[in-house]
Design a protein around this ligand. Structure first.
Ligand SMILES: Cc1cc2nc3c(=O)[nH]c(=O)nc-3n(C[C@H](O)[C@H](O)[C@H](O)COP(=O)(O)OP(=O)(O)OC[C@H]3O[C@@H](n4cnc5c(N)ncnc54)[C@H](O)[C@@H]3O)c2cc1C
Length: 421
């Protein structure tokens, strides 16, 4: 083919752009470097995809303090007796073997001018692109009488692992006919159906082990995700056991006393045996330390999950203020793939595909009684915007509900492999 002058110039400019990009970004220190903070649904997926797809062209370092990641997804099923704690724990060996430099430490600071991340152990790691996926922390003072020092008396179990095991042990130790209380969080929070799936799983456990026990939920919201489906399920499976007190009845006017094990809802004090306090949430603290938060969350551009405060920092998952997606593991994993593709493109000149996102959240109400809600999304200038969605219906047949539960089992295996290899 004979090249015209115009084609020749266009081709050389594109090739020059492709070749120049990594050299410029690597800034004379060899391969471009990506540092990922947080080895959960967002961070582990991003690290894995960048390492895998760049085939050694990019150095990827993952900073994650824990050696075993316990998924919050399916942690309620562990409370209900459908899973063992070992079923929800995953290590980082396969990720390391696939080429990600896994550093078990805390990120304690970000110097955006020097492009370095400081670690609690004293090291400092350089980056060309930084990806933050630290999940959530709790808003101090959100529930009167509770702070993080009370999490042993009144667990949140909203970061899985030892907190999940503690809540399960407390559930098992409840006296016959005792009371389990939950203080539910205000919007927006990690996993919108999570508290209500938990109520279902606690009710399932109590029905089988302590059938005269009661459950009280103090909720600051007038409604919640999949509300009609959960309420139908509670009436069908756990009649008379669950007392949900929403905003209209003072569910948001709550204080707790962890020493006395009391919960006061709209002026009425109740002595309880177990109290699961799920406080209001905010982005994991490192996002705030990096200076990329505005209020409780970190605003991002929908096309590539880059921070609105810094184009070389991307924020994924629960920590991001991104638009319409719920704060879920599925969503974090979906955002991570869009981000990985964009980061690789920026560092190596590889093709960047238009951003598309999806999410499904399954919940188990009782044995083989699964329900789901989901949607697809696209990137607009303003936000990640919902395109269309679906939700289970009330009154579905037991076959449909069983199939929905089985689908969630397949998803769990799929996403944990997609994250960690
Ligand atoms: C009870 C419950 C049930 C749920 N069920 C579902 C479900 O069925 N489906 C679903 O899709 N989602 C579910 N979720 C939500 C899901 O767990 C989260 O949305 C998802 O984990 C968010 O991913 P992430 O990467 O933002 O954060 P995480 O997965 O929490 O990962 C954050 C990681 O960052 C690390 N980290 C934090 N700070 C630092 C730091 N300074 N330095 C280094 N590392 C740091 C943490 O150790 C952690 O490993 C559920 C959540 C709960 C609580």
């Amino acid at each position: 083919m004979k090249l015209s002058r115009r084609t020749f110039l266009g081709t050389s400019a594109a090739v020059a752009g492709t070749l120049a990009a990594p050299a410029v970004l690597a800034d004379g220190h060899g391969k471009p470097r990506v540092v990922v903070v947080g080895g959960g649904a967002g961070g582990a997926t991003a690290a894995r995809y960048i390492a895998k797809d760049s085939k050694g062209e990019i150095d990827v370092t993952l900073i994650e303090p824990t050696r075993t990641y316990y998924t919050c997804f399916f942690s309620n099923l562990y409370l209900g007796g459908f899973k063992e704690v070992s079923d929800i724990g995953h290590t980082y060996g396969a990720l390391a073997a696939s080429g990600v430099n896994v550093v078990h430490d805390w990120a304690v600071g970000v110097d955006r001018d020097a492009k370095t991340v400081a670690l609690a152990g004293g090291a400092s790691v350089r980056y060309d692109k930084l990806i933050l996926s630290p999940g959530i922390d709790f808003v101090e003072g959100a529930v009167e009488g509770w702070d993080i020092s009370a999490q042993n008396a009144m667990p949140h179990a909203y970061k899985a692992g030892s907190q999940s095991e503690l809540l399960k042990a407390q559930l098992e130790a409840m006296p016959e006919g005792g009371t389990f209380a939950m203080v539910a969080p205000p919007n927006p929070f990690r996993c919108p159906p999570g508290p209500y799936e938990r109520i279902s799983m606690v009710a399932h456990f109590l029905k089988n082990n302590n059938p005269t026990a009661k459950i009280i939920v103090a909720d600051p919201k007038p409604k919640f995700s999949k509300m009609a489906l959960f309420q139908e399920g509670w009436a069908n499976h756990y009649e008379g056991m669950v007392d949900w007190i929403g905003e209209d009845f003072g569910g948001g006017n709550v204080s707790v006393d962890p020493a006395a094990m009391t919960v006061t809802i709209d002026g009425e004090e109740t002595k309880v045996d177990v109290c699961n306090v799920i406080p209001a949430m905010k982005a994991g603290r490192i996002a705030e330390l990096a200076g990329v938060t505005d209020g409780n969350w970190a605003p991002v551009n929908a096309a590539d999950m880059s921070s609105k405060a810094d184009p070389d920092i991307h924020v994924l998952g629960d920590a991001a203020a991104q638009g319409d997606m719920p704060k879920s593991g599925f969503a974090a994993n979906s955002q991570a793939k869009v981000c990985a593709n964009a980061v690789r493109g920026a560092l190596t000149g590889s093709k960047v595909f238009p951003a598309k996102f999806s999410n499904t959240c399954w919940s188990l109400i009782a044995a083989n009684d699964g329900v789901k809600v989901g949607a697809t999304y696209e990137a607009t200038e303003e936000k990640i915007a919902k395109v269309d969605g679906f939700i289970s219906e009330v009154g579905e047949s037991s076959d449909v509900r069983k199939a929905t539960y089985e689908e969630s089992e397949g998803w769990y295996t799929g996403i944990t492999t997609d994250m960690l290899g």
